[in-house]
Design a binder for this molecule. Structure first.
Ligand SMILES: NC(=O)c1ccc[n+]([C@@H]2O[C@H](COP(=O)([O-])OP(=O)(O)OC[C@H]3O[C@@H](n4cnc5c(N)ncnc54)[C@H](OP(=O)(O)O)[C@@H]3O)[C@@H](O)[C@H]2O)c1
Length: 325
């Protein structure tokens, strides 16, 4: 965008990232990290990784030593302790402490190792529970957080401020991105810890396999939510690494939302479930709407490429093949 501070034109050679960069992806086996690895490799970069057994990212001295040895052109921080409502409300200590430890190790370690570029991944849950919709980046710290994942959200907010502090104090071009709800190949389908979309896929798949004529879902189905395919997130991150250099975090979403009822209908159709969908309205609904304002990102020329139905169908096929179901 001509005249827009912090934004470098995307298609020209970037002063922020070499064309064939060596990029350390922390969390490369996760949903986000594996999509980033696919995308950055396809773009001609060399992706550097360490498994958790090789490097526990909570270990700050080891992390700094590994980054010094590797000397990457950039680090992407996609490692985190992540989970749904149940895990977040049962283990808040692990959610705040492990995420703070990982962020301290990786961001400080990258700077100590002279890594010139870093992208930190946060989450849309950093925004206040009652933030005006669609949620702009400016809503950060404007009100109380959703209580069920406060510990996780505060760790992520600390990560954003940590990254901003390296920019403020040392002039480091370190940046942060805040993705909306993500889904895609390699998603977590564990009934105890999965997010809403893989949970729905699994429920409808099992109901069809067991020839049940009804699936009952939690809540009223009226809350509105936004879903982005993780490959679209990866393309946004690749662009931000090349083209964005400013203090403010950048929201990453598709810009449209749908009700959980509409989402359930799509998942039922994709999985071939033709029975009734019931709603247990005694269960909580959560926030009525959560949609990100993505104008900062779309100003860079980015658009999502994967329609929701296609993405869900591909995710379902991938899970069936991987799980042998
Ligand atoms: N999924 C979403 O819907 C979503 C939405 C918004 C933002 N995000 C953000 O995206 C980032 C990645 O999320 P994700 O969904 O990809 O999570 P994920 O699938 O659970 O992956 C997390 C990765 O972090 C690694 N990790 C965790 N603790 C580690 C440690 N101590 N040392 C080394 N590696 C460690 C895990 O390693 P192992 O493979 O060994 O477990 C895994 O590879 C997070 O910051 C999350 O907040 C995700």
């Amino acid at each position: 965008m001509p005249g827009c501070p912090g934004i470098i034109q995307a298609m020209t050679a970037s002063p922020l990232l070499p064309d064939r960069a060596r990029i350390f992806v922390a969390g490369h086996r996760g949903l986000v990290g594996s999509a980033l690895t696919r995308r950055l490799t396809a773009d001609g970069h060399e992706v550097l990784t360490r498994t958790r057994d090789e490097l526990d990212l909570r270990d700050a001295p080891r992390t700094a030593a590994v980054l010094k040895e590797l000397r990457p052109d950039a680090v992407v921080l996609a490692a985190a302790k992540v989970g749904g409502i149940l895990a977040n409300s049962t283990y808040p200590v692990q959610f705040i402490e492990e995420n703070l430890q990982i962020q301290l190790s990786v961001v400080a370690g990258a700077h100590a190792a002279g890594v010139p570029r870093l992208l930190f991944l946060g989450s849309s849950c950093i925004y206040p529970k009652l933030a005006p919709q669609p949620i702009s980046e400016d809503a950060l710290l404007g009100g109380p957080l959703e209580p069920t994942n406060r510990a996780y959200a505060l760790a992520k907010i600390a990560g954003i401020v940590q990254v901003q502090s390296y920019r403020q104090q040392y002039g480091a071009p370190y940046i942060s991105a805040m993705p909306t709800n993500l889904y895609g190949p390699g998603d977590n389908f564990d009934p105890q810890t999965s997010h809403v979309l893989p949970a729905l896929i699994r429920k409808f798949h099992e109901a069809r396999a067991e020839r049940r004529d009804e699936v009952v879902l939690w809540g009223s189905g009226t809350p509105r939510r936004e879903f982005l395919h993780v490959d679209d997130l990866a393309s946004a991150c690749a662009l931000l690494l090349r083209a964005y250099d400013a203090d403010e975090p950048v929201n990453v979403g598709c810009g449209t939302d749908l009700t959980i009822r509409e989402l359930a209908a799509v998942v039922a159709e994709v999985t071939g479930f033709t029975g009734r969908i019931g709603w247990d309205t005694g269960k909580p609904d959560g926030t009525p709407r959560k949609l990100l304002d993505v104008s900062r990102l779309t100003a860079l020329g980015w658009r999502p490429a994967i329609p929701l139905r296609d993405g869900i169908a591909a995710t379902y096929a991938h899970w069936r093949a991987a799980a042998g179901v």
